[in-house]
Design a protein around this ligand. Sequence first.
Ligand SMILES: [Zn+2]
Length: 296
Amino acid sequence: MSSQHHWTIGASSLHRVVESEGAIMPPFEIFGDCTQAHLDANRDWLVPRFQDAASGLLVLTIQSFLIRQAGLNVLVDCCGGNGKDRMRPHFHRQNGPWLDTLRATGVGPEDIDIVLCTHLHVDHVGWNTRLENGRWVPTFPNARYLIAQREWDYWRNAGPAALQRTGDFITDSVLPIIESGQADMIGDHHALKSDISIEPAHGHTPGQKMLRLGSPGHEALLTADLMHHPLQVRYPEWSTRFCVDPDEARRTRLNFLKENANSGRLVFPCHFPAPTGGRIERDGSAYRFVYDGEGG
Ligand SMILES: [Zn+2]
């Protein structure tokens, strides 16, 4: 099994910056369409890499991606963060070494130029902020934080019920960067460079973004939560219970898989277990995910 953490995509390097990886999610909690028969039918490839045999929990990675190019450091998503009050025990008051994992790439928090929040969910915004003298302050003092206007409009109007399941990550992880003046609201399409562009992947949340890196023939797509687990490549019609608009999420995923299958593009779905990067291949009426370097 590969534990690759680093790729070169054209003029950029791409690093995984992992906060945690393990069996954390009950399959029937995340996927309303999933039955034991589905799991049994796929057991030969699911267990143990993607599903823990003993607990039955699905294996998910919580991670950020760091893109480095001459003069530019871009961080995509910010995991769960440390010290935050959360409903799910996995994320509650974590005290992990994610900042050291980031520094091990050669980049410190002060070196980050841009933070892309692909969407405003609890496992993607945590390290936006850190606790300093009892206050939540931006972790990356010199960064511009990019948030889709469409995404922010949803969450600022969503009310407390939308945060009941997770804990109020908007107040501790999003408002401080808006109050510090470091947030830039972006439209559906946004180019950072000629070979780094941000595109819509709506449905899981109303303004979710994905990132396209490189140039035709050598492209990587960082797809955020367009898919959470390889089961959604096998069963692309499955949206999660956490999708704000499951029907739109399904359409977005089906279109994405159709467009990118057998294209050679490297796809990085945020929560897929190590090494995360792989390619979509057609497999009968559905698809399969072939990890980079593992053939198949
Ligand atoms: Zn997520």
